[in-house]
Design a protein around this ligand. Structure first.
Ligand code: GLC
Length: 761
């Protein structure tokens, strides 16, 4: 074999092929024969000088037999077969295997790609197969799939799909294509793998062969990122360096959102009254497709006086988000349609605009890959948002969905750099739409309020997401936790599911348990279909309303902590919601805990997700924990059996931690919030030593000014004896007039005078 070295990498070749290993950082290495195109896939790569030490091992004949590259404690060995083997701490860590040696030939030769088209079998161009070391190895990741955290044993296809049927483990594709997985093996080691191709590909996570997982593609290249590290946190943060940091949304997005397909103007007004009457938190109401004039996007039907409606709601700090679909109705005289057609800004097929059908009937698909279309959609969105006083836009059906059969693979989307076929852009279409919409907000120095259903791995830079059309089923409630945790592991911090379920009818118990379970879901929206029974809390009884209010108020108390986590996610890639193993990577009990979730590192929620249950087992990981509601304390690394009636949930805070909280709120208008409570979770006992540092972040919660340094950070230090608060960055005129230290029943007020210098209490 031959090899050559270049800056931050090496190239090896045998008589058949050539492979390159290129280090971007100590933790990120890209391994490729030929790179996947980055024309449309927008990676966010920065290179740090990372020259690995390379040793060539030669045989008796002087020929190079293998190469060993050492980098930051990891050893990469490439033999004459050019397969990559990595070891760490003296143990095997990542081993590529020759697919031919392992796979049955029928799998290697062809595989069925489209479950709706059994005839279609495709030749395999790329197969990357990686060893699983034993039965206990776990594969996390791949985004929104409706499954538990551990996706091993299943096969998934990256092909954004509008899936109206019941989502479960065996559905190969849902709305998003996030070609990223994190593997845990030997109980202690983790690595990340990202396949940056937008083409259709299949991840077999040990389904056909239990000893390996693989990614296979007909059009994608042999080209992947291996992300190494000592902890899931290190890997997750490095991954976010590749796909771009998650969007920093306005704080209002963390508020409660109410939706239904579709509220009339009268119903919106009634909702507002009910929320007022019952002192029920509410920040955003969503308007679904029927607000439009005959489903024509960027129009408002005559039954709505949108501007008057949004003006009225704003007085109560409630915003409106309207849905927009990509498909534009074919209709002479409809300005958007005319403009798109006249300027040739739509997808084409056989030299004509490509027409399929979505809600408005026959419709064309804007070609967002052309700058001119992107600009048009951004400008149209900006005007629409301004004219109607909207808070945000909800992008739907952007897989893209099509009611008259799938778009042919060879529909053409002309880009700035030439033609792209549907088979290449399909998985990116949703992202490009969301990006155009998102840019409309940035033009105004506002942080975007955008939600999208379809996404690619890189989409969270532009938009938040929800996980599409679930159902009012207990299994879907159960799935919602691993789904949102996985999305968080995949760099999609603001994600959530339809609370109560989209399709079918919810029940009182299901709705309440769902809210309790997803109460820290960063995107918290109750949404249901037009054919389902109403599922606002008011559609049930007084008890439902009371419990619903109780938990929404709990959510609002935790908003400053959630906002800090969101800011952290945006800056570093650390998730907001975390599976237990994220904070406890060596604890085998934490590895597959699907029904408990951590908010940051100090809050743990263990909701009831089974019908009729009022007790459940809870595993508390390392540390000491205090029940937020009862003040009872527990030692970690133990199992408990707890009781929780319908109006209770199991919420624990790490003993000795500091959690910033708000008081009793119904809306998130930061300017009107003048008090922050610093909740000081008690020590487990007198012997427990407290030595906690917490950094609280503050800004105007809605504009991009923070990028100019207009924000504050407060460093809070806590020991058993004292608490000190120091402003370490002072750039924003604080809205807070006082901070209140809360420990048990005791409250200590600290007046703030413009800027906190150093305060010790
Ligand atoms: C899709 C969306 C759903 C929406 C419906 C009507 O099914 O996923 O949320 O309510 O379309 O627009």
């Amino acid at each position: 074999m031959k090899y050559s070295l270049f800056e931050n990498g090496l190239r090896v070749a045998n008589e058949n092929k050539e492979k390159t290993l290129k280090w971007y950082t100590n933790n990120i290495v890209r391994i490729y024969e030929k790179k996947n195109s980055e024309q449309l896939v927008k990676l966010s790569l920065t290179e740090k000088n990372t020259n690995p030490e390379v040793i060539a091992e030669t045989g008796k004949d002087g020929e190079v037999k293998s190469l060993v590259a050492k980098c930051n404690g990891f050893e990469y060995t490439i033999g004459e077969d050019l397969l990559v083997h990595v070891s760490h701490n003296g143990k095997e860590y990542f081993d590529e295997i020759e697919p031919e040696k392992i796979l049955p030939s029928d799998h290697h030769e062809c595989f069925k790609l489209d479950p709706r088209n059994d005839e279609k079998t495709l030749k395999v161009k790329t197969n990357i197969s990686v060893r699983l070391y034993d039965g206990k190895d776990i594969v996390y990741g791949l985004g929104d799939k409706a499954a538990s955290l551990n996706r091993r044993g299943y096969e998934y296809e990256s092909w954004n799909t509008d899936e109206p049927h019941q989502h479960n483990e065996t559905y190969r594709s849902l709305y998003k294509s996030i070609n990223y997985c994190m593997v845990n093996h030997h109980n202690s080691e983790y690595y990340g793998f990202f396949y940056p191709s937008s083409y259709r590909c299949v991840f077999d996570l040990g389904k056909k062969n239990a000893d390996l997982w693989s990614v296979t593609s007909e059009k994608g290249e042999y080209d992947y990122f291996l992300i190494v590290g000592n902890t899931p946190a290190e890997i997750t943060m490095s991954y976010s360096d590749i796909v771009g940091k998650t969007l920093f949304t306005p704080m209002k997005m963390l508020g409660y959102q109410q939706s239904r397909w579709t509220y009339t103007e009268e119903e919106v007004k009634r909702l507002r009254e009910l929320h007022k009457q019952y002192d029920m938190p509410l920040d955003i109401i969503h308007l679904d497709i029927d607000y439009m004039e005959r489903f024509k996007v960027y129009t408002v039907g005559k039954d709505y006086d949108m501007k008057a409606l949004t003006d009225t709601l704003k007085k109560d700090d409630i915003g409106i988000i309207t849905i927009i679909d990509p498909a534009v109705k074919v209709e002479k005289g409809y300005p958007l349609y005319e403009k798109l057609i006249n300027d040739e800004l739509v997808a084409t097929y056989e030299n004509k605009p490509y027409v399929n059908a979505v809600w408005p009937g026959d419709a064309v698909y804007p070609n967002y890959f052309l700058d001119k279309t992107a600009q048009l959609i951004t400008d149209t969105t900006k005007k629409f948002v301004e004219e109607n006083g909207l808070t945000g836009i909800w992008c739907d059906m952007n897989e893209p969905a099509s009611f008259n059969g799938p778009l042919p693979d060879d529909v053409i989307f002309k880009g700035e750099d030439g033609e792209h076929l549907h088979e290449e852009v399909h998985n990116l279409y949703g992202e490009y739409m969301a990006k155009c919409v998102s840019n409309a907000f940035k033009k105004e120095n506002k942080r975007p309020v955008v939600i999208t259903r379809a996404a690619f791995a890189t989409t969270s830079q532009y938009s938040t997401t929800w996980n599409g059309d679930n159902m009012s089923l207990w299994t879907h409630l159960e799935n919602s936790l691993p789904q949102v945790m996985t999305m968080n592991l995949c760099n999609f911090a603001v994600n959530g599911v339809d609370i109560g379920g989209f399709n079918c009818d919810t029940t009182k118990e299901l709705l309440i348990r769902w809210l309790e379970a997803d109460i820290f879901s960063p995107f918290l929206r109750n949404h249901t279909a037009i054919w389902s029974k109403y599922q606002e809390p008011f559609a049930f009884d007084e008890e439902t309303i009371k419990i619903y209010r109780k938990f929404l108020k709990v959510r609002y108390r935790f908003i400053p902590y959630m906002y800090d986590l969101l800011h952290e996610a945006h800056m570093t890639g650390e998730p907001v919601l975390r599976p237990l193993f994220y904070e406890n990577p060596l604890d085998p009990r934490a590895k597959q805990c699907n029904d408990e979730v951590m908010l940051g590192k100090d809050v743990l929620l263990a909701p009831i997700v089974m019908q009729g249950a009022t007790t459940r087992a809870v595993y508390l990981p390392k540390g000491n924990w205090i029940n937020f509601f009862t003040g009872e304390k527990f030692k970690g690394e133990k199992d408990y059996l707890f009781h929780a009636e319908i109006d209770e949930t199991l919420l624990f805070i790490r003993c000795g931690s500091v959690i910033p909280m708000y008081g009793d709120l119904c809306h998130l208008n930061k300017k009107k919030i003048d008090t922050v409570y610093l909740y000081l979770a008690s020590a487990y006992d007198e012997k427990e030593e407290i030595n906690t540092e917490y950094t609280m972040y503050e800004d105007d919660a809605e504009t991009l000014d923070y990028q100019k340094g207009i924000y504050n950070t407060y460093l809070i230090k806590r020991t058993n004896e004292e608490v000190s608060i120091e402003m370490v960055h002072s750039g924003y005129r604080s809205d807070y007039k006082k901070m209140v230290l809360v420990e048990g029943e005791e409250e200590t007020e600290i007046e703030l005078c413009g800027d906190v210098t150093e305060k010790t209490v």
